[in-house]
Write a protein that binds this ligand. Sequence first.
Ligand code: 5GP
Length: 192
Amino acid sequence: MDSLKIIVFCGPSGSGKTSIVKALLSIMPELEFSISATTRKRRNNEVEGVDYYFMSPKQFKSNINSAAFIEHEEVYKNVCYGTLWKEIDRISNTGKIPILDIDVNGALNIRKKYRDASHIFFVHPGNEEILRNRLKKRHTENDEAIAKRMERAVRELTFSEKFDYIIYNDSDLQLSVNSSREIIEKIIQTNI
Ligand code: 5GP
């Protein structure tokens, strides 16, 4: 059997990592999205068990207590996100490679648990202005939430060099998708 591999995309909110991950999933049948748990409220366009496992703070806490998470983070004040062990098992059991879309601290924690099996991509938005414009254009957050996301994003940008690959997603999404795909294909072919 191939050795376990985990692909992780991290980077600030608004870096475009979710768009890259979605595009990769649509062209690479070898990959399957790792659905995270969150206490965030579901957005209108999101589906339970597809985008996230939406949980109450109490359910989330009980999962922490039963050691159900590989990693979990309070990414924003009172808003928690986490990767469940059973989600990675579910995907690995189908013979596919899990692809995670998580924050920078989450990625560092995945690295600690999985070491060389984890392949971590940092998606860099280019500059702060691009990031701010993308967050505004999404219309999913109010000004206060955008300000909080920006504050965190600026901090996260300083982490980029800790990861295996940096994807500069500043102008052309397709270019970022293509270069990510090339790297992932090499990872899949190399049996490390
Ligand atoms: P959003 O609320 O925009 O869906 O996600 C907010 C941030 O939480 C994003 O940076 C996203 O990648 C991150 N995130 C989503 N799932 C997880 C997870 O399971 N663990 C961690 N640490 N971060 C996550």
